[in-house]
Design a protein around this ligand. Sequence first.
Ligand code: BDR
Ligand code: CA
Length: 315
Amino acid sequence: MPKHIILDSDPGIDDSLAILLALASPEIVLDGISTIHGNASTEQVTKNALSILELAKASHVPVFKGCDVPLVKDSLLGPETHGDTGLGYAKLPDPQTQPKIQHGSDYLIEQIMSRPGEVTLVALGPLTNVAIAIRKEPRIVQNVKEVFIMGGAIQHPGNTTALAEFNTYVDPHAAHVVFHSGMPMILTPLDVTYQCIFTKDDLNRLEKIDSPITKFISDSTRFYMEFHDEYQKIDGCVINDPMTLALTFMPEICDYQDLVVDVDISTGVGLGNTFADFYNYEKKPKNMKVAMGVRPRMFMELFLERMEGLCSKIR
Ligand code: BDR
Ligand code: CA
């Protein structure tokens, strides 16, 4: 039986690749997408989600617009990483479809509460929608099957400040609500995603297939690779979000530790920093599983094979 997945996402180049991976993977069914501010404005990422779905001939997947701003902090978007539209150099036609009227966080509540124990939530952006959903309907904590979260940097440097990863830095207060909620969580921090680099050779392999999807991957990741080269001296690009999605059906890509993880919401240099109490000095119960080891090529082969399959189908 395939797993039912809801994506809470801010597409975004790597979020878009996660949407494509979800559509290309028979182990899962993508039930819907709630959108969230982050890589670009909520208005823009909602448009992007609809356009990606249309590109992949999957406009039956409903999209729900979520929160526009973080809970407490001012908004922070990521144009230098993902470009002004969030999709790098890719230019997709305006979507023909519209988002649904229901708010993204209400959609999460409705879906989780109507199918107790069945919905897998995959959160790929700042956690504002998820935090609001928890505050509005706390019973989702017991009723969600599991929550995969892309975010944080446990023993790895930050990618937005010296200490903080983008998703947790943009809305640390939302991350705090979610991390302390008691939901069954699996975290994919930069510690593992930064070991999985999508290289120019990987891209060349996909470019052998003539498809609008290959063109999208090529145009979007070219921008992303330029960012990684300029800011982090990485040859290629880190595709955090599809890696997180892949763990929903191929958990063996990573090794996990049960940890007590928290996020800094004080106002100093550590704002948004995620840290684990490895020796459990504070004697708190473990609150999540954290991917701390990874088999990078296992993930990349899966990603490339699935993209080859999708690109060959959609010409
Ligand atoms: C995360 O931040 C965004 O730039 C990416 O989409 C990913 O979800 C990585 O820190
Ligand atoms: Ca993202």
